[in-house]
Design a protein around this ligand. Structure first.
Ligand SMILES: [Zn+2]
Length: 192
């Protein structure tokens, strides 16, 4: 199956359009731009135009082992600029790595991947078809979660699989065809 919309269709993530309030601390503007490009790579900027986040903060979170978080009630997303060195640059194989973002070779790459993971939570809250597809795939008898975090529950499964699809698609399709298909079907529901 060919891609319905290549990544080039999607615009750069912007404050005032895809998020109401953007707050960047501890990283340079160049690094922030790189991290935020995750939304474009995940092909979510059209969706975010229609369903913007309320707030996005790139700053230090209290626990260095928290990579990011999304609060559904406030539509606020945070990414940890102080994430521990042990949360990226990992080489564990697919299925056994702690989280997809741990494969990021630098902190910025890992943050870009965590951004996509947390956008996945926003999608599950704001887009009912994402919820339906995630539940069905996570309960499929042949499912093969991409990471340890993806085994936690159906929401983590969905967000980790979206991240795997975005950055490691060849590996994902071999390891978890069920999840690969879930994201393809998700993209079809987001098409404009
Ligand atoms: Zn999560």
């Amino acid at each position: 199956m060919t891609d319905p919309q290549p990544e080039a269709h999607y615009e750069q993530f912007q404050e005032g359009k895809h998020v109401d309030d953007l707050n960047v601390e501890d990283v340079s503007l160049t690094q922030a731009r790189f991290i935020l490009r995750g939304a474009t790579q995940a092909r979510l900027t059209d969706f975010l135009t229609d369903h913007p986040q309320a707030a996005l903060a790139l700053h230090a979170l209290p626990s260095r082992f928290t990579t990011g978080q999304y609060i559904p009630d406030t539509r606020a997303l945070e990414l940890n600029t102080a994430r521990a060195g042990a949360t990226f640059g990992r080489t564990e194989p697919i299925g056994r790595v702690a989280a997809v973002s741990a494969w990021g070779t630098t902190k910025e790459e890992a943050m870009q991947m965590s951004f996509v993971h947390e956008l996945g939570h926003h999608l599950l809250e704001q887009h009912p078809p994402a919820f339906e597809l995630a539940l069905a795939a996570a309960r499929h008898p042949e499912v093969s979660p991409v990471s340890l975090r993806a085994r936690f529950d159906w929401q983590e499964y969905s967000c980790e699989t979206l991240t795997g699809f975005t950055f490691f698609r060849t590996e994902l399709v071999r390891h978890d065809p069920v999840g690969h298909k879930m994201v393809q079907e998700l993209h079809a529901t987001l098409r404009r």
